[in-house]
Design a binder for this molecule. Structure first.
Ligand code: MN
Length: 257
């Protein structure tokens, strides 16, 4: 099973979240929201062969973190994964659009300089702006749009531009999210939870909840669960080029869940 966008460092008990994910055999992309969080978040993954850590600077706090850009650049060569990065056009942070753009441009320029990264990208209410910036930095690497909430036309454009997508239980539960997911090519999709930000009721999602996205995809595609699991595993191997992925148990959670 795959959770390609999870904030392991932000759970009440990060070590427990890591332990649970590891025991369940889940491949996790552990994303960060600031460069300052990199060290301790990377340390959480120590000795866990299925957890990769991404260096990020979240668009909702980008305006407060301009001073961390040199740190971002200094740490960038330590990982193939950047995230969470991107733009947010929501009412509370729209006023910081210029700073957000400055930060995201910096991230894309750094990725380009280093020869390409895998980027997990936030694009809420800013899909056009994100796609436009990605076009300006075609060698930044492979963009993975996480929890995409744009329009079908924007999604089609993103596909044409080579974007991948990660979809979670919350996206698949909504009618609009399901309709968007149906438009994503099956060889460009991964599962995620966005825990602990994303919740079921009041319970923060855990990496294990990526299984509910697998079930959602099986229902949407009208194929057996095994086929979804196999497709996602192939996608992860292709995207990551990660030799370690072959050793990963890409399987269902244990029935004790
Ligand atoms: Mn997130």
């Amino acid at each position: 099973m795959i959770d390609f966008h999870c904030h392991l460092d932000l759970y009440n008990d990060p070590k427990l979240a890591v332990e649970d994910a590891d025991r369940a055999g889940i491949y996790v992309l552990s994303v960060t929201t600031t460069p300052k969080a990199w060290r301790r978040t990377l340390a959480l993954a120590q000795g866990r062969k299925r957890i990769r850590t991404a260096l990020g600077i979240h668009p909702e706090i980008a305006h407060e973190r301009l001073g961390e850009l040199p740190l971002f650049e200094a740490l960038a060569s330590e990982t193939r994964y950047f995230g969470e990065v991107g733009l947010d056009g929501g009412p509370t942070v729209r006023q910081y659009a210029a700073q957000q753009t400055q930060v995201f441009e910096f991230v894309l320029a750094t990725a380009t300089k280093q020869g390409g990264k895998v980027l997990t990208i936030h694009s809420r209410r800013a899909a056009d702006e994100v796609l436009q910036l990605l076009r300006r930095f075609p060698a930044a690497g492979t963009p993975v749009l996480h929890w995409f909430t744009g329009t079908p036309a924007q999604l089609r454009r993103a596909v044409e531009q080579g974007c991948w997508f990660s979809v979670g239980p919350a996206m698949l539960r909504s009618e609009r999210g399901s309709a968007l997911t149906a438009l994503i090519p099956r060889d460009r999709i991964l599962t995620e939870t966005d825990g602990p930000f994303a919740k079921v009721g009041s319970r923060p999602l855990q990496p294990n909840d990526a299984w509910s996205a697998v079930e959602g995809l099986a229902a949407l595609w009208k194929v057996p669960l095994d086929e979804v699991v196999a497709t996602l595993g192939q996608n992860l191997r292709r995207l990551s080029g990660d030799a370690g992925v072959d050793a990963i148990a890409i399987r269902q959670p244990s029935p004790s869940r």
